[in-house]
Write a protein that binds this ligand. Structure first.
Ligand SMILES: C[S@@+](CC[C@H](N)C(=O)[O-])C[C@H]1O[C@@H](n2cnc3c(N)ncnc32)[C@H](O)[C@@H]1O
Length: 230
């Protein structure tokens, strides 16, 4: 991986000091307040599951403890986030595996290896979809599913983009210098077309209601798709 500053160094760091528990619930929405849970992933018993952009690994840890998968690979490109996952949930190995890798690079060498892939405002949001989605489709076994939550619109209210174009958003280097990164905030139909072009079928996108006051409410788009079985 290139030696660029880790713009995810600060993310979730303060929370990790005081909240080390495995979450009892799995949430897809922006505020982690409600809506559907892990059932959207299907029956995970004995399945090989991958989280793309796992952050501190909270959702992956929940799946390992409450849903009996064969294993969950928590993939993240950030050294800081991987270190948080190892510190918080390393005791869940070997069923929880912390993988330090870019999602595209990881998926490209794992053809047919996964039953289920998912992302909670994770790598799917921050990676060129025309690279990530075909790699994800190929890494699923036939009939396997991809589920991800992403922004239904930009934070602040601007609409999602009507084509596959990234938005520049602010980030912070470990030293606190302001930098920028790309985030793909796309309409449901743009995601559907990108998924179908990548080889997926059965695409479904649902908007989850935004919690919080009207000014700051952020809507979530929950997207599911399958690698065709045939
Ligand atoms: C907003 S955080 C979400 C983390 C976690 N899913 C959560 O809900 O807290 C986005 C995460 O995606 C990771 N990420 C972004 N692009 C990635 C890529 N191409 N490959 C792997 N991880 C990536 C970042 O390092 C970061 O940890």
């Amino acid at each position: 991986m290139p030696a660029t500053p880790d713009l995810w160094h600060h993310y979730g760091r303060a929370r990790a000091i005081h909240d080390r528990a495995v979450p009892r619930a799995f949430r897809w929405d922006w505020t982690q307040a409600g809506g559907p849970g892990a059932e959207v992933l299907g029956d995970l018993g004995g399945r090989v599951v991958g989280e793309l952009g796992a952050g501190a690994g909270r959702q992956a840890a929940h799946l390992v403890v409450y849903h009996a998968p064969a294993e969950v690979l928590a993939v993240d490109a950030s050294p800081a986030q991987r270190a948080l996952t190892v510190g918080l949930y390393g005791h869940l190995a070997p069923r929880l595996r912390c993988v330090h890798a870019g999602a595209v690079e990881h998926l490209r060498v794992r053809a047919g290896a996964y039953d289920v892939l998912y992302s909670v405002f994770g790598a799917v949001d921050f990676t060129e979809p025309r690279a990530l989605l075909p790699a994800a489709c190929a890494a699923l076994r036939p009939g396997g599913r991809l589920v991800f939550s992403t922004l239904a619109h930009h934070v602040g209210g601007a609409p999602a983009r009507p084509e596959v174009t990234a938005t520049e958003i602010p980030g912070r280097t470990p030293g606190g210098v302001v930098a920028s990164m790309h985030r793909w905030v796309l309409t449901a139909s743009v995601w559907a077309t990108a998924l179908e072009r990548a080889g997926f079928a059965g695409v479904r996108a649902d908007v989850l209601p935004a919690a919080g006051d009207r000014e700051r409410a952020v809507g979530t788009l929950l997207v599911r798709a399958f690698r065709p079985a045939g």
